[in-house]
Design a binder for this molecule. Structure first.
Ligand code: GDP
Ligand code: MG
Length: 700
């Protein structure tokens, strides 16, 4: 038998799937898209079970919903197990009412039964069975209870008759239409035709037009609205009959939410939390480990160099290994301790349930900007790496919102940008390195907010979204899960250092060691790389206050991988003449000697906002759907980066040399932002009605 697991996101599908299959699932991708597909056998049976992406309705608005809909209609499962979060009946039953229209056997699994008692909720599943006309089982996928009965039901013949959801006028019209349509899922198709769903327009006939027109006259409104309203009143009625809630039970999560979602202190807490994350990773751990790692890398370089020379290697081979590979790769690996802490903190924030609160916290603000709390998830994922962040935008239904988010995700500092931030912040803002790096994180948030504000009123006008904010309970994170998460991310970083960064280091070493006439061992000022850099360094003049070829070529290498910026700087300063062995990247005699705190901050800003690495650009192209639109996005990002970095330097350098008063600057900045906000709020956004859910703010 073919069994499909259908339900809302976070209803416990994957947990049940893993239990049923004993985690022996085949994992692949759905044809054409990179959303994970899991198929397995239910232990002890021959049933094939598929874990589908979470959906809220069978009318697809997002790629996920389209996949689940296709499975239900095109792959003809024998049984659909509808997983329902028993603690959120109202929200979950919408999908159930649609599944009830199908000619496929449906079994409802009321999951999270273990939480019901804690929350003071009682559900009469026998009554629910009668009201829906499908078998209902109370289970807990997590505590593994009630599942055997559910599995036994798969083989049995369905002996209940589906109940009616709509009032008799609509139900009668539907039966009439069903007599004409006849094929599988005729009830579902009829209702879609009444709703005038575009996807079913080819099935429309004159007869149906008449039926619809008559009904519309009787109800005097749009049938789509009537159908949706009746679904909700059915759900409400059902819930009232089967569900008893004891009032006044306050869970620990409720108490914690009083603090973390408090109107006044929630946002300051978030700022403090993120500051602590950066303070811990860049400030405390960074300053403790960077020198130690650098010393050991130098020592490694020296001993390998010595060994190579001793074995009779030529000077250039030794230089390639020591000054190219070890210096380049080592510079990046030096940041691993900080990354472990950063990943650990973010993983803890996610698994405890705190990040979901942040999503909710930003939801209101984001909505005004044309984004929903849902866009926040790609940003959170993007703080690890932009590529999965950009791919994660697929959970967003609205196309404009999805595309806008995929362009803005690379603005959030990803882990590969941490080495850049840490290097500059650590050197130029020594005692305040944690503060300086955290400030960039908040800088990024402000730029994202302003960009979204502007883009949603100019380029992406049709944003609107239906985000159902779900708050999982706060949890003590599983050590195993967190450890694996951190390990996977760190390994991915190390692998990049061992592959992309290694190759780039060799290329950079070559371009630095040879002149255009292929002469080895020239002063790096005469090398190929320096010549290229010098011809274009004027582009960076406004943000660095000098023509700096070293910074120029390093920033451009950020296209390959952002870590490469640091790696390239390490190789360049290592090969610079008149610099003592093992001295810092910014030591006198290196091309970077002239960088000041203002230009350092400006350079960080440029690298933070400019075009992301090729991997992320590729992901953006896939999400935006064309090379031309991708190029426009890259131009937008790099343009933003250049302008912002230039402003930072021009203002910063004047504060540095005392010609500008910092208070004046702050006041002017606030006034400017206010003016932009006022002008922009006058420009109306286009509206595209929200249809898929009843519970978001705009529908209430
Ligand atoms: P999916 O999005 O539907 O695949 O949901 P998951 O299987 O990923 O589960 C979402 C969250 O709910 C996870 O944190 C699970 O541990 C939790 N969960 C799933 N089933 C249960 C259950 O029966 N009881 C409780 N308390 N939590 C559950
Ligand atoms: Mg899942």
């Amino acid at each position: 038998m073919k069994v499909g697991l259908v339900g809302n996101q976070n209803s416990g599908k994957t947990t049940l799937f893993n239990y049923l299959t004993g985690m022996n699932a085949k994992i692949g991708n759905w044809p054409g898209v990179t959303i994970e597909k899991k198929v397995g056998k239910i232990k002890g049976t021959e049933h094939e079970i598929t874990d589908l992406p979470g959906i809220y309705s069978l009318s697809p608005y997002s790629i996920e919903e389209e996949i689940s809909r296709k499975y239900v209609f095109d792959e003809n499962p024998d049984v659909i197990i509808n997983i329902v979060d028993a603690t959120a009946l109202e929200r979950s039953l919408y999908l159930t009412t649609q599944l009830m229209e199908l000619d496929t056997k449906v079994i409802v699994a009321l999951n999270m039964a273990d939480l019901l008692e804690k929350k003071g909720i009682e559900i009469d599943e026998k009554k629910l069975e009668k009201l829906l006309g499908t078998k209902v089982f109370k289970i807990s996928a997590l505590k593994e209870t009630g599942i055997d009965e559910l599995v036994k039901e798969i083989d049995k013949k369905e002996d209940l008759k589906r109940e009616k959801v709509f009032d008799s006028k609509i139900e009668d019209a539907v039966s009439k239409m069903q007599n004409t349509i006849k094929d599988k899922h005729s009830k579902f198709t009829s209702i879609k035709l009444l709703e005038m769903d575009q996807r079913f327009s080819s099935r429309n006939t004159k007869e149906f037009d008449d039926i619809r027109n008559n009904l519309e006259k009787e109800y005097d409104t749009d049938l789509e609205e009537v159908i949706a309203t009746e679904r909700y009143s059915f759900i409400e009625k059902t819930k009232k009959e089967v569900c008893k809630e004891k009032k006044g039970i306050v869970t620990l999560s409720d108490k914690l939410d009083k603090i973390f979602l408090n109107k006044w202190i929630a946002f300051p807490i978030f700022v403090v939390v993120m500051f602590l994350v950066y303070y811990l990773s860049v400030g405390v751990v960074g300053s403790a480990t960077v020198d130690w790692v650098a010393d050991h890398m130098d020592a490694l370089g020296e001993s390998v160099g010595g060994a190579l020379e001793g074995a009779g290697a030529s000077e250039w081979v030794t230089s390639l290994v020591v000054d190219g590979i070890i210096a380049g790769v080592g510079a990046v690996l030096g940041f691993v301790p900080q990354l472990i802490i950063l990943f650990l903190c973010i993983s803890l924030l996610e698994t405890t349930g705190y990040m979901s609160r942040i999503a909710l916290l930003f939801d209101k603000l984001f909505r005004k900007l044309g984004m929903s709390g849902k866009s926040l998830i790609p940003f959170i994922v993007g703080s690890g790496c932009s590529v999965p962040g950009i791919m994660g935008t697929r959970i967003i239904e609205n196309q404009d919102e999805r595309e806008m988010t995929s362009i803005l995700v690379p603005f959030i500092p990803c882990s590969a940008k941490l080495p850049i931030i840490s290097l500059f912040a650590g050197y130029f803002f020594a005692d305040n390195s944690g503060l300086a790096s955290a400030s960039l994180y908040f800088f990024a948030i402000i730029v994202i907010i302003i960009s979204a504000f502007i883009l949603s009123r100019t380029k992406f006008k049709h944003v609107s979204s239906s985000y159902i904010s779900e708050l999982p309970e706060y949890k003590v994170p599983s050590a195993k899960y967190v450890a694996k998460d951190v390990f996977d991310k760190v390994m991915a970083f190390i692998k990049r250092a061992g592959s992309i960064i290694l190759i780039c280091s060799i290329v950079i070493w070559f371009l630095l060691s040879f002149s255009f006439s292929m002469e080895y061992g020239v002063d790096i000022e005469d090398s190929i790389l320096a010549s290229i850099g010098k011809s274009i360094s004027w582009i960076f003049y406004p943000m660095l206050g000098q023509n700096n070829w070293g910074a120029t070529v390093s920033a451009i290498q950020g296209l390959v991988a952002k870590e490469q910026v640091v790696s390239s700087m390490a190789v360049i300063s290592g090969l610079a003449e008149d610099v003592e062995e093992g001295s810092e990247i910014f030591a006198a005699g290196t091309p970077f000697a002239g960088i000041t705190a203002a230009s350092a901050y400006a350079f960080m800003v440029f690298n933070l906002f400019s075009a992301p690495c090729f991997g992320a650009i590729g992901a953006m192209q896939r999400e935006l759907g064309s090379t031309k639109r991708m190029l426009k996005a890259v131009l937008f990002q790099t343009g933003c980066a250049w302008i912002l970095a230039t402003i930072v330097y021009q203002v910063g350098s004047r504060i540095e040399n005392g010609t500008l008063n910092i208070v004046n600057v702050l006041v002017i900045a606030v006034i400017l932002i206010a003016v932009i906000a006022i002008i922009m709020s006058k420009i109306k956004r286009g509206k595209e009605g929200c249809k898929s859910c009843p519970y978001c703010d705009s529908c209430k």
